[in-house]
Design a protein around this ligand. Structure first.
Ligand code: DC
Length: 226
């Protein structure tokens, strides 16, 4: 078990996990690890090697070469494949779906979860993902399940896309995408997304980020004192 402060946040996509996790990290002056970006980098790596994200045997053959690294600089977390910084190309819908598919393979999860555990052993860190409370940091007392209704998540996602100048997606498409990813992530056989009994559930559907942040920080402080 880590001597460091490890905070685990799981939940479906678009629930506000990463915004909250970043805000917690900044309030506590500790690191933030976005584990989803590592699965996205894995999907990118497989695609570049011409291996389908659904091809378990193919993925096994390239896994040792998948040198996915995480570093920190003044911009925050950076994800590298070898020496190449790929952080800025990871946030596409294609790689989100690719990451969801690639993450179902146990060989991929084992590799990335071990890299994530190493960060937890070496640093005070907030991690968000789908299996942080169940698999990566199961021993931490700071566990959260951050969620929101699919409709609210689709609206938020659409706003984000529009803000980035992307106009072609419709609300219906974004909602369908979110539901498909929820289904994939929570029904896969190995390490599906689920809420553990000892996680505090925070539903952000009707909450502001500040309200959710206060709930999280209070819960962390309360357990730290014990
Ligand atoms: O959080 P995100 O949207 O960047 O994650 C992309 C996909 O990666 C998500 O649909 C499921 C997968 N993922 C996972 O299986 N386990 C994690 N700890 C993080 C992400």
């Amino acid at each position: 078990m880590s001597e460091h402060l490890n905070i685990a946040i799981d939940g479906p996509s678009g629930a506000g996990k990463s915004t909250l996790a970043k805000a917690v990290a900044s309030a506590l002056q500790i690191r933030y690890l976005d584990t989803g970006s590592m699965y996205r980098a894995m999907a990118l790596f497989a695609t570049r090697r011409g291996v389908s994200v659904s091809d378990e045997a193919g993925l096994r053959t390239i896994l040792d070469d998948a040198d996915i690294r995480v570093q920190y600089d003044e911009r925050g977390q950076r994800v590298l494949i070898g020496d190449e910084d790929v952080t800025d190309v990871l946030r596409t819908q294609e790689l989100a779906m690719g990451a969801s598919t690639v993450s179902a393979h146990p060989c991929v999860r084992e590799k990335l979860a071990e890299l994530q555990r190493e960060v937890g052993r070496n640093y005070d860190v907030v991690m968000d993902g789908r299996d942080i409370t169940t698999n990566v940091l199961p021993h931490t007392k700071h566990k959260f399940f951050v969620t929101a209704s699919p409709e609210v998540r689709a609206e938020r996602r659409l706003k984000e896309l529009r803000a980035r100048g992307s106009m072609q997606e419709t609300y219906e498409q974004v909602l369908a995408d979110i539901k498909l990813r929820d289904h994939n992530d929570s029904t896969r056989a190995y390490m599906p997304l689920r809420q553990t009994e000892d996680s505090l559930r925070i539903d952000t559907s009707e909450m502001t980020i500040d309200e959710a942040l206060t709930t999280l920080l209070n819960a962390i402080a309360e357990k730290q004192d014990r």
